[in-house]
Ligand binder design. Sequence first.
Ligand code: PLP
Length: 442
Amino acid sequence: MENLDGSILEAPKIVVPPPGPKSKEILKMQEEMETSALNYPKYFEIAIKEAKGSTIIDVDDNVYIDWFAGVAVVNLGHRNPEIVKALKDQIEKYWHFVEVPSEVRVNFLKALRETLNFDSKILFTTTGADAVEAAIKIARWNTGKRLILAFDNAYHGITAGTLGFTTYPPAKKFQPYYDNNVITIPYPYEYRCPFKDCLNEILSLVEHEVRTHDVAGILVEPVQGEGGYIVPPKGFLKGLREIADKYGSLLIVDEIQSGVGRTGKMWAYEWEGIVPDLVTIAKGIGEGIPLSLVAYKRDLDKLPQAFHLGTYRGNPLGLAVGKATIEYIKSHGILERVVSLGDYAKKKFNEIMEDNYKGSFDVRGLGFMIGVEFSDAKKNPASDFVKGMIKGLLRNGVIMYKAGLYNNVLRFMAPLTIPKELLYRGLEVFEEVLKRSVFSFQ
Ligand SMILES: Cc1ncc(COP(=O)(O)O)c(C=O)c1O
């Protein structure tokens, strides 16, 4: 039986309904000591003992199928043996200095640049938000322009800087002060699009704004992540590319969630055959070891010394893992796997929803970025229903999380290495939980 990432193939196994007594005790201690701003423990009331491949064991010995992957980060499964080896080898050498070169650094740079379809220079950052901020600075510096065009429902981070471009309202409501040198345009979200011809009307709006303002860069997620796993219609990125070229703006593609193989291409922008000016990369490239960066076209490399700094940029452990990740994806046929299993899962989600869900719904996705949006018959968001589904799934051994403007989308973001059996079993659990869920809107 295929088991690329060392998952526990017997999952799910629930021995005590979560949260079990040991989980409860640890959750309580966390609540006492950590900030009240915590988010995820409100959805996943468990304490983790161990993680293996696409499975998680809690401290009460329940075993879960992981369709969450630490928010689309652990793309090759928890503690994938080849990643563990790369990490151990690097630990034996060194794990922090600063920018001065080392083999691990240049080896990663070579491997990463080979995955990109343009002659790139790389600037390391630490988190996703840091990469986005650096990309914005590079775009403004190079063009001498001020404004950034971003999209409704976008998520680019939640630091004081990135909040300007993160238009996703749940993230924004707590912080009214942000970079407001931003123009926002609707994203082509076809299920809820106010326009008749969603793609072309939105592209005309973008063109109008870029033509009439000094737009340094168009910042876009090739598939919206936190916004609800929204796949734009074909031609969207191509259209943005043309507009950027026509008016001297730069195209900044945020691949932080969609990158590193998650959509079945190394970078999601490849589905449209475009060449971006800047790409932001984080999450899956470090498999959980913080590593992020901006890749940008060589002709933008006019940055002065110390243009963007940060103590932890290009951490050697992350660099070793990053190179091993790229090699793993290439040598294990991960992209082909993601396309075929992703298509299968999307079809199954659709069938399950058609057979069991009474309201309006939308199943969409690319590769292992699949969103299932739940609404009532009048398309009002069924947010509470989704909250109940997350709880129900957890109780039955599947870890799945929400997304979307109205928190009414369940997103499938399993490790790309998940054994087929665990994908199939997870889908069975999904169907069972859906069947038993109460449709409060009926
Ligand atoms: C598309 C996108 N950009 C940026 C970020 C921010 O990354 P980080 O949480 O590492 O700051 C995220 C995080 O979810 C993201 O999905």
